[in-house]
Design a protein around this ligand. Structure first.
Ligand code: 5SP
Ligand code: FE2
Length: 223
């Protein structure tokens, strides 16, 4: 697997042919599948649940599925997503009453666990739980919709989290989600991200291999 992961957000895919869309982005060089779950309560939109995750597995998708839960409450969906084939499950601290318990639940279900931060969510939620994290997801848009513009303050937040990860000594991936495209991925990489969600930037283009190659080429220029 590549060191830096490109994670197409299927929120921007054509849902009428989702299996084919996922096959195509993976064949084009994507590393993992980013799966946005919205409940019209925690965020003002409604998307897909465990049945769709299971359907992708039954369709033959073997790549890691990165489930980004934007739901509240969060705990009762975790076993369902694990059974449906999720590989990584992240949730927002505001959606869990007991963050440590929710992280442990994800791990007990056999998945990699992560915490997701909205642009305005403080990083103190990282205190005391770094040892339970496999991934930290920083949102660079407010959650709920694809196709929004990258919020520049996310770059400083990325640098802060990169420092915290490096100082902790734990092996934790750092994922960025929202408004990622060829014009900003170099700065995002330089700020410390290693996992790059991109929805509209990839599914909005006719040639998935061309855009994924372009994203990787830009990323490689980061210093
Ligand atoms: O979680 C979310 C939105 O809430 C994201 O995963 C978006 O779906 C990313 O889409 P783009 O901003 O890349 O179009
Ligand atoms: Fe997402």
């Amino acid at each position: 697997m590549n060191e830096n992961w490109i994670a197409p957000s299927i929120l921007s895919a054509n849902f009428a042919k989702l299996g084919e869309e996922v096959d195509n982005v993976l064949a084009a060089g994507a590393d993992i599948v980013h799966f946005d779950v919205m409940d019209n309560h925690f965020v003002p939109n409604l998307t897909i649940g465990p049945l769709v995750c299971e359907a992708l597995r039954k369709h033959g998708v073997t790549a890691p599925i990165d489930v980004h839960l934007m739901v509240e409450p969060v705990d009762r969906l975790i076993p369902d997503f694990a059974k449906a084939g999720a590989s990584i499950i992240t949730f927002h601290p505001e959606a869990s009453v007991h963050i440590d318990r929710t992280l442990q639940l994800i791990k007990d279900c056999g998945c990699k666990a992560g915490l997701t931060f909205n642009p305005g969510t403080p990083l103190h939620y990282l205190d005391h739980i770094m040892d339970k994290l496999d991934i930290i997801l920083l949102m660079s848009v407010n959650p709920g919709f694809g196709g929004q513009s990258f919020i520049p303050s996310a770059l400083d937040k990325l640098r802060q989290v990169r420092n915290r990860i490096d100082e902790s000594g734990f092996n934790i991936r750092l994922e960025i989600d929202g408004g990622v495209n060829t014009s900003n991925i170099r700065a995002i990489k330089a700020a410390g991200a290693d996992t790059f969600v991109a929805g509209s930037a990839i599914f909005g283009k006719p040639d998935y291999k061309k855009i994924i190659d372009e994203l990787r080429a830009e990323m490689a220029l980061a210093v």
